[in-house]
Design a binder for this molecule. Sequence first.
Ligand SMILES: [Zn+2]
Length: 414
Amino acid sequence: RKLTPSLFFCPLQVELHVHLDGAIKPETILYFGRKRGLPLPADTAEELQNIISMDKPGSLPGFLAKFEYYMPVIAGCREAIERIAYEFVEMKAKEGVVYVEVRYSPHLLANCDVEPVPWNQTKGDLTPDEVVRLVNQGLRAGEHAFGVKARSILCCMRHQPNWSLEVLDLCKKYHQQTVVAIDLAGDETIKGSSLFLGHMAAYEGAVKHGIHRTVHAGEVGSAEVVRQAVDILKTERVGHGYHTLEDEALYQRLRRGNMHFEVCPWSSYLTGAWKPETQHAVVRFKNDRANYSLNSDDPLIFKSTLDTDYQMTKRDMGFTEEEFKRMNINAAKSSFLPENEKRELLDKLCRAYQLPPQATTGMFLLGPGHHPALLCSVHDPYKSPSSRACWSPSCCGLFSEQLLSGKTGLREAS
Ligand SMILES: [Zn+2]
């Protein structure tokens, strides 16, 4: 199953699900290990990469153990944190990404004001708050140097509900200073973890303060975890979400609401979240013309680039260039950018893909009775002709006209 990088899908991609601490250059880990005098399991970047990465399907604990090798070298070090953020943007520029939302737990990179202090570090003076400032600086410098727009998402961790309200506070404090949303990451099989009070309070606060929300759910966890993410945590996107398909009614409901699934194909193969003898959920998403994106998740650990995910879906699952374009347009629409910046991004993509400009960014605008805003087939080249209904007053008047003349087919808005 070895894939060789070849960047065959060229013009401009959008990536919404990638972890900063899973996207570090091995050379940089080595550099800071030496500089700080901390032990690493290898002396060359190549050896280190091989030890850290997985190349055949493993288990979740095996995957999480990989972080133990190198996180102690990066966490607690101001220079390292700013540099990995900067180099992350450089990495994305090389992959052809035009807009990226990168996520991380500020607590897992700190060594002070965090209980417990992670990675067996001795307590220092780097707080989660300063971690966010350093990442912001690195991302901004990278954006300036490489021309890739980079925004960030701050992660709560399922096993540490005591951190979550602090994560919310950081989202509020640094809102739009690269930070655009809150996430819940970690082991979703921890029973009842979506209902831990700290997480529920943080997500409630996010709704109240207009902070966007995504949640890792249905990767290895059940459809019930997805339902809780949607109904209780009020998530706007689902990280992975493969197991949603085990509950057809839930899936149909999310489809009608135009829920965005952040799919990570290569990751799901290596973590065992997807069993290769079964059909991958992303194939169903494609066939249903659902709203999803392709993402690399943790390229350091999966020894991959975003291109790996495009190659895998194209080669093994029959994805076409047209589908990649449709999917990236949906990713842009589902990004957590403010409306005017989303519009700019969409215009940029449409030019690169040689598509007519999108009439509206408003896939999340709510129409009458809280139905999702649908674009009419005239204004959204990717809608099939059977769904020529438009709830969005900002799109066009076709809905009311066609409704009156009985010509409309309300396929998705039930
Ligand atoms: Zn993830």
